[in-house]
Structure formats: C-alpha cells, structure tokens
Design a protein around this ligand. Structure first.
Ligand SMILES: NC(=O)c1ccc[n+]([C@@H]2O[C@H](COP(=O)([O-])OP(=O)(O)OC[C@H]3O[C@@H](n4cnc5c(N)ncnc54)[C@H](OP(=O)(O)O)[C@@H]3O)[C@@H](O)[C@H]2O)c1
Length: 326
C-alpha cells in the first residue's frame, strides 16, 4: 500500500506521520500519479499548524500541494494525459484529501501539466508553485513590461527568487529586499540588479533613488504587515503593488497614496483555469529551455522525514525549496 503522510490534529511538525493508505482507482476525469518528489510550501505549514484559511478534514488530513511524478492509471474520459506521462501538479485545491506528500495520489486529470523535458524529479518538484505565482502575479495580474523596475520583498523566499528570474526573463529590472546583509551576495548572484537591506536601508527611499526619484513601476510583496504602507511609497505615480504573501502575521497597514493600483494575488485564480495554466506552462518551459529560469533547491528530505522538513522550513532559514523525495 502506498505510504502517505497524514496528521490527525494540528500542531507542531511532529503531528506529521506516515501511514499505509489503500490505493484508489481513478474515477471519471481523474488520473492517479506515482509521485517521485513533493515540495514543501508555506501553505502546508499553515495547514499543519492550524492557520489554514478554510476548514479541512481531520483526523487523517493529507498534506502537500506541489510535486511531480508519473501517471500510472487514468479514469474514463481522460484525454489530456496517458499512463507513463511525467507530470507536475498545477493545482491541488483539496490537499487534505489528495495531498502530494505520498507515494501516490488521485487528482483531476485537468490539474496536471507535462513535466518540462530534461528536469530531474527534485528540480521539477521545486518549479510550479513559486514560478507560477511569480509569473501570475507579475505578468498576468500586474502586466509587468520590459524596463519596469520591480521591487521584490522577501526576495530570498522561493517566490522572491522565482520573481527575480521571471523579471529578468521579461527584461524588467528586479530590485531585491532582504532583512539582513547575510543573503545579499546570493541575491546578486541570483540575478537581482540591486539589493536593499531593510535592517540598514530606508528601502522606499533607496528604491526611489535607484530610479532617479521616479519610483518603481511595480512592487511584489510577500510580507504585508505594518510596513506595507511605507513600502508602497517606493512606487512612482501610476505604480502597481501586488501582494502575494503574508510572512509578517501582524495586521497590514493599507497604502493611502494615489494613484496606486493594488492587487491581492492568489495563484488559484489562475492555476484552476486551463487557459492560463497553458500560458504559464509555456512561459516556464521557455525560461527553462533558455536557462533564464532555474529553480533553487535548498535541500531534500526523505518522505518519512516530513516533520524534519517542516522544522527546517520554520527554523533552518532555507534559501530555496525544500523537497521530499519519494
Ligand atoms: N498568493 C499565492 O498564491 C502564494 C503562492 C505561494 C506562496 N505564497 C506566500 O508567499 C510567501 C512566501 O512564500 P515562500 O514559500 O516563497 O516563502 P519562503 O521561501 O519560506 O521565504 C522565506 C524568506 O522570506 C523572508 N522572510 C521570512 N519572514 C519574513 C518576515 N516576517 N518579514 C520579511 N521577510 C521575511 C526571509 O528572507 P530574508 O532572510 O532574506 O529576509 C526568508 O528567508 C508566503 O507568505 C506564502 O504563503 C502565496
């Protein structure tokens, strides 16, 4: 029986444990995927810790919204994938029921996209959530264009690192924000045009100075919190702020300057839409082929060590994706 990570109550990482789960045959429109690697995301951590934004099944909640594997069975009516196809999960909206921390899962076949050629399973597992979020927020939502100066907070997060590469792929200018100077050199090596250290710099003033006083065209924020209104003053007239994360759990202050366009981005808005998913896959595939995009993997853990992987997410200060190997 396939090994599957579940938890029966929310709490510390140790609530995660492995059980043998009966295999399930796919129903109409479904495909079963033999998983090779699954990535660890902040959303998984929020769910496990009891801060998930919607009710979910307990006890026996599955977990994991990202990964890659090979289709090993398809249900009636499935036309977009065949047995033997290597795939990525584009969206796992009910991860308590079909989470990817497992040897196999059954999902809607429409939520699968082909695994880009040439990617090993660990790198492929690290691709979709951060890059589709960065692309979706910056390009689909905010309309990023070549030459735009893009201020990226939490730039060493997986979404931030992806955003630096996506901006460079478009010909925009990624300006990274990090809290201390510990990761400055790595962010420059990752493609940031400039790095601002929030512990040392007045970030909005430094960003305005970088643009000769004009202000940036775009801000991608993964932090929110009480610094949001001040951060927004880095934008020039008719600038755009798109928030994707909430790494700072404190209440956010809303920007009041005008004119500023503000978007709150959730990737499900796009990853459940096959038309946008096709564009996302095309963009990411092109970037991988040219080398503009290359997922950063922090480290791997075996599936059975999912609890240790969550502890590393919370305490290990990772730089890049944490991946579970199956
Ligand atoms: N909207 C969506 O659909 C979507 C999709 C994916 C992720 N997200 C969200 O996006 C955010 C980033 O996710 P991720 O997985 O990329 O994160 P991650 O890789 O775990 O990011 C960790 C990094 O963020 C920075 N950071 C952590 N706490 C911070 C704080 N309080 N203030 C400022 N910076 C902080 C740190 O960088 P430094 O040490 O360099 O400062 C840290 O290394 C999360 O809130 C996640 O839930 C949203």
């Amino acid at each position: 029986m396939p090994r599957t990570v579940v938890f029966d109550q929310t709490g510390e990482p140790d609530v995660l444990h492995v059980v043998d789960e009966p295999s399930r045959e796919p129903g109409p429109g479904e495909a079963r995927v033999r998983i090779e690697a699954a990535a660890v995301n902040r959303l998984d951590q929020l769910m496990r810790a009891g801060h998930f934004p919607r009710p979910f099944r307990l006890p026996h909640a599955r977990i994991g919204c990202e990964g890659t594997g090979v289709v090993d069975a398809v249900g009636p009516g499935v036309e977009n994938v065949e047995v033997g196809d290597a795939v990525l999960f584009a969206a796992v909206p009910a991860m308590d029921l079909d989470g990817t921390y497992a040897e196999e899962t059954v999902v809607a076949a429409s939520s699968l996209v082909p695994r880009p050629a040439g990617l090993d399973a660990v790198t492929a597992a690290a691709l979709w959530v951060s890059y589709s979020t960065a692309y979706g927020a910056l390009v689909e939502k905010a309309g990023m264009r070549p030459g735009d100066r893009v201020l990226i907070t939490a730039a060493s997060s997986t979404v931030g690192l992806a955003a630096i590469q996506v901006a460079n792929q478009i010909g925009a200018v990624p300006l990274a924000v990090t809290r201390t100077d510990a990761k400055k050199a790595r962010l420059l090596a990752a493609g940031a045009a400039e790095v601002f250290v929030s512990a040392d710099d007045d970030v909005p003033a430094a960003a305005r100075a970088f643009t000769g006083g004009a202000g940036v065209e775009l801000i991608l924020d993964s932090v929110m919190g009480p610094g949001l209104a001040d951060l927004a003053t880095a934008a020039g007239p008719r600038g755009t702020l798109v928030t994707v994360g909430w790494l700072d759990p404190r209440p956010a202050t809303m920007p009041t300057q005008a004119p500023l366009t503000i978007h709150r981005y959730m990737s499900f808005e796009h990853t459940l839409d096959p038309v946008v998913v096709r564009r996302m896959a095309a963009f990411l595939g092109a970037g991988l082929r040219t080398g503009a995009l290359a997922p950063t993997v922090d480290r791997t853990f075996p599936l059975a060590d999912a609890a240790a992987a969550h502890r590393h997410l919370e305490q290990g200060d990772p730089f890049g994706k944490i991946v579970l190997t199956v």
